[in-house]
Design a protein around this ligand. Structure first.
Ligand code: F6P
Length: 529
């Protein structure tokens, strides 16, 4: 890989930004080019993307594609699919794509399909609730061992087993597990202890609480009520769990929902739908692998991310899924994107002279409209927004769905069009103060517009389309990370806090603050008082 700032295309993009990018106006661009919407539409498996409300033109796309080629994006992508150890700092391959490759295709196919078949066969025995007696499934895991299932199960609510309830416990805060356990009975509960390493403090602490609760409430058959999903089968056995579904070190935590970590998803939607989720992701893998870069959705979005972060200087991106089922998608994407690309050295360990991961955040629409959208429309920062619209609902409240879609379209339109002061001046605002002159009121009611957004359209939210959507995000993160020349697959940044916590835990008990900084010492004293 060539680092992005060491390419000719980077210099060309800098010149292009200064000459045309900085003052680019979306309204003028649409007026100039009636074919803009179709020219900037990209179709990928299960997803139609409208990129036309973004601050780019043909020349920008041309330079960005040059950047991708000069950086060697395609070779790096192929190296990932082939199983090269592209996670250089841990000496590991990055092969979540192998988890959704059809049988006989992709690396480690026998291992992958062996575990998948066994897991899905077991899942069906639990889903036979009359025989299994299970009513509640509690996933205990954190980060990548929590966020994927926690996002996907509500997203696929229409497909979820009607007699099973799903609970997700992640936080070491007892306020997480206590209210969950309060409502459960040991005889009807299945605990899934999900941890790639089976050493994570929060997960192990909660697993011990769950087991103690289970036995203290008369639960006896631990073998039937506890299952582990982990790469550390021995640690799970030491904990006393005999039913374990494994995976491998070439599956990163935040890329693991396709592995045994997806067990709660499979329990919720069943084997057939889980295979459809994998198939949707595989279809996106094939698209990423073979579509020309100009029509390659993850590549186009990854390039857009670089354009916005490094040339426009936008520090965040808001995700607005107009589907309540996708309410945990922003949290899922935060780990996927920020843990992957929140790095400040390149593959050689050299400090980067440019910005990397933006802050990713959001809420489902329309809720966000009644909270922070004010800032998106009139705040001092430009924040690109990603709208996700789903054409067909899985309910029959069509009137509500029409309102939802109209809101989604209205927001991206309002962000782009804005409202000039002159237009505001011609309006009567019923709630405006009569004590102010008309000009002042109009200035408060002016929208600058020209605020960029992308709209992703799914036909329906199904296991297959959700699989494609998530895989698309994975490859987009790959693209921007590859261009930035960083290792998107390690997470050293989480280590320091874990180590310091291990030091502070006994100090909280003993009160020993020797050698600590003044703030931490004072806080320990306060918390112990
Ligand atoms: O602390 C960060 C992290 O390592 C994530 O990358 C991972 O998804 C999470 O913790 C959970 O790790 P594990 O699955 O090993 O419990």
């Amino acid at each position: 890989m060539t680092r992005c700032d060491r390419t000719e295309a980077w210099a060309a993009l800098q010149g292009h930004y200064a000459a045309h990018g900085r003052d680019f106006d979306l309204r003028e661009a649409f007026a100039r080019d009636p074919g803009r919407a179709s020219a900037l539409a990209v179709d990928a498996p299960e997803i139609h993307a409208d990129l036309s409300k973004n601050l780019l033109d043909t020349a920008t796309r041309h330079f960005l594609l040059d950047l991708a080629r000069e950086c060697g994006l395609e070779a790096r992508r192929d190296a990932m699919f082939e199983g090269d150890a592209i996670n250089t700092t841990e000496g590991r391959a990055v092969l979540h794509t192998a988890l959704r490759a059809p049988r006989g295709q992709g690396p480690f196919s026998d291992d992958v399909h062996g575990v998948l078949d066994a897991m899905l066969a077991w899942v069906e025995t639990v889903r036979d609730t009359a025989a299994s007696g299970i009513r509640d499934v509690v996933n205990i895991g954190i980060g990548g061992s929590d966020l994927g299932p926690q996002m996907a199960v509500p997203a696929l609510d229409a497909f979820v087993h009607p007699k099973l309830n799903f609970h997700f416990v992640s936080n070491v805060d007892g306020h997480d597990i206590v209210p969950v356990l309060r409502r459960l009975e040991p005889q009807t509960t299945l605990f899934v202890i999900a941890s790639k390493t089976f050493t994570t403090q929060e997960t192990m602490a909660n697993a011990h609480v769950a087991r103690a609760w289970f036995t203290s409430r008369g639960g006896s058959d631990t073998q039937r009520h506890f299952v582990a999903t982990t790469t550390n089968v021995k640690a799970a056995a030491d904990f006393g769990i005999t039913t374990t579904f494994g995976f491998w070190d070439w599956v990163g935590g935040r890329y693991s929902l396709w592995s045994a970590i997806g067990l709660p998803i499979a329990l919720a939607i069943g084997a057939e739908h889980f295979r459809a989720l994998l198939a949707g992701a595989h279809a996106m893998d094939e698209h990423f692998r073979s579509a020309p870069l100009a029509q390659n959705l993850p590549v186009q979005l990854g390039l857009l991310d670089v354009w916005y972060r490094n040339f426009h200087g936008f520090a965040s991106r808001s995700v607005a899924p107009y589907h309540q089922g996708l309410r945990r998608l922003p949290a899922y994407l935060q780990q996927l994107e920020m843990e992957s690309n929140g790095k400040s050295v390149d593959l050689d360990g050299e400090a980067l002279p440019y910005a990397t991961s933006p802050v990713v955040w959001g809420e489902p629409g329309t809720n966000g409209q009644h909270a922070y959208f004010q800032m998106l429309h009139q705040g001092t920062d430009t924040i690109p927004v990603e709208f996700i619209a789903v054409r067909r609902p899985t309910h029959d409240l069509h009137d509500l769905h029409a309102k939802l879609l109209a809101n989604c379209l209205a927001q991206s339109q309002a962000l782009m069009l804005g409202k000039p002061t002159a237009a505001a001046l011609g309006e009567q605002a019923p709630t405006a103060s009569r004590a102010l002159d008309a000009q002042t009121v109009a200035r408060h009611r002016t929208f600058p517009g020209n605020r960029p957004s992308t709209t992703l359209v799914l036909d329906q939210l199904t296991p297959r389309s959700l699989g494609a959507l998530i895989a698309m995000y994975e490859h987009r993160v790959f693209t921007s990370g590859a261009l930035w020349g960083i290792n998107s697959y390690d997470q050293w940044g989480v280590e320091l806090g874990k180590a310091l916590c291990n030091d502070l835990l006994p100090r909280l008990a003993s009160g020993d603050t020797s050698g600590l900084d003044g703030s931490t010492a004072a806080l320990i004293a306060r918390l112990r008082a």
